[in-house]
Structures are given as structure tokens and as C-alpha cells.
Ligand binder design. Structure first.
Ligand SMILES: [Zn+2]
Length: 227
């Protein structure tokens, strides 16, 4: 049985109290520093254990070491946590439509397979902007309809809904797109958890770039520690 990750936003009073060194639900004696990267909407994934000092640009971070907490910052984009059933691989991914189209999720799975590990993977898609709140123009719609996502035509169709009264506007469902990607990559349905919290709608818990129009430090952090 795997514990749920501790999910915190920088607005949480608990997180404010603890500053950067925040802990995990029920594991307050276990307070590692959360390793984060400078996110650039890429498909680049780095290994936490090999990071030195300084700013590392990447949108995914993984570890095989014990007791390492890794995380991603989001403000509408998807935080995706991937862990294997043997609990010796942990990956945190930040993905918006660009990252999904560039294949960052598949990149994470490829890295996992490259390590010679084969225990089944599980994923949690965390709080992010929901389809009802995420209106996009033709550029994003076109990208999400294309081959880059690795989705079938029907899957891609299910991720986009054109606004009837505004033909150049679509509602995009990034959580669904990531969910389909995970399924297509071999994740079992029961091993994918989608949290339905919407970053745009719940200002008391999550930051939203669309709502707040502020990039930094207004970001939520989702993280998990390897055990
Ligand atoms: Zn919403």
C-alpha cells in the first residue's frame, strides 16, 4: 500500500510555518528538503541524486534513492507523480500542453525502462486547471489534435471541445490528455489517480496563472518523498 502524497500549496499555513523544509502527512519526523528544478516547458528530466548546486533547468526530476523528496511547481499546469510498485523509482513531472505534446510523460517511462526496472508504474495527476476553465485558441487546439500527443483520434477528440458560440475557442482537458497518454504507455486504469481539484476555481488552495496572472512565486508545489 502506497501513502498518498502530501500536497501543499504555498498558501497553506502549514507550509508557511515550515518554510521550504516541509514534511509529509503523518511523517513530520521525516522532513527532507524538496528538490525542485527551474521549469521551462520542456521534456527534459533529470536525476535528483546527480544534481549539484545551482539552478537546473528541467521539467521532470526522478530519484532511486531513499529519503529524497522531489517536486514540481504548478499554477494550472499538471503535476504528475509517477512511482513504481517496488517503490524504488519516483518521478515528478511538470506538464502543460507543451510538455505533453513534447512527450515528457513518455520520456519518463523511457528513462524508467532504461534503468532496467520493470515493476508496474502508478501515477497521480494532481490539481490543475480543469477543462471547463481552460479555454484555448487555435494554436493550442491544433497542437493537441496532432500526432505529438500520441493519442488516438477519438482520445484527442475527447480532450477538446469547441465552444459553439465562438468557433475559434476550445476548452482543453489536459488531465484527460495526460490520462490517455499514461494508458497508452501501459499504465493500468486502476493505477492512475486523477485528482479533480481545479487550480483556477479554488483560490484558497491553489495558485492559478490564468486567475492571478503572476508567475512567481505564486506556484503550488506537489511533492513526494521516496521511502
Ligand atoms: Zn475549473
Amino acid at each position: 500500500m502506497v501513502d498518498m502524497p502530501y500536497i501543499a500549496s504555498e498558501q497553506d499555513s502549514q507550509l508557511k510555518k515550515l518554510g521550504l523544509n516541509f514534511g509529509f502527512a503523518g511523517k513530520t519526523d521525516f522532513v527532507p528538503k524538496v528538490l525542485l528544478t527551474k521549469q521551462i516547458h520542456s521534456k527534459k528530466i533529470v536525476q535528483a541524486d546527480s544534481l549539484g548546486f545551482g539552478v537546473i533547468e528541467a521539467d521532470g526530476i526522478f530519484t532511486q534513492a531513499k529519503g529524497v523528496a522531489i517536486g514540481v511547481k504548478t499554477a494550472d499546469c499538471l503535476p504528475i507523480i509517477i512511482v513504481n510498485k517496488d517503490l524504488d523509482f519516483l518521478l515528478a513531472v511538470h506538464a502543460g500542453w507543451r510538455g505533453l505534446c513534447q512527450g515528457i510523460v513518455a520520456e519518463g517511462v523511457a528513462i524508467y525502462q532504461g534503468l532496467g526496472l520493470s515493476s508496474p508504474l502508478m501515477a497521480i495527476i494532481g490539481p490543475a486547471i480543469c477543462a471547463a476553465c481552460y479555454e484555448v485558441g487555435p494554436d493550442v487546439a491544433l497542437a493537441l489534435e496532432g500526432q505529438d500527443l500520441g493519442l488516438s483520434k477519438d482520445q484527442a477528440k475527447a480532450c477538446l471541445q469547441q465552444r459553439p458560440e465562438a468557433l475559434e475557442k476550445w476548452f482543453a482537458d489536459l488531465k484527460k490528455a495526460a490520462f490517455f497518454q499514461l494508458l497508452n504507455l501501459g499504465f493500468k486504469l486502476q493505477d492512475i489517480e486523477v485528482l479533480h481539484a481545479c487550480s483556477y476555481e479554488d483560490a484558497s488552495r491553489w495558485f492559478s496563472y490564468r486567475r492571478d496572472r503572476v508567475v512567481s512565486p505564486s506556484t503550488s508545489i506537489i511533492s513526494w518523498a521516496s521511502l
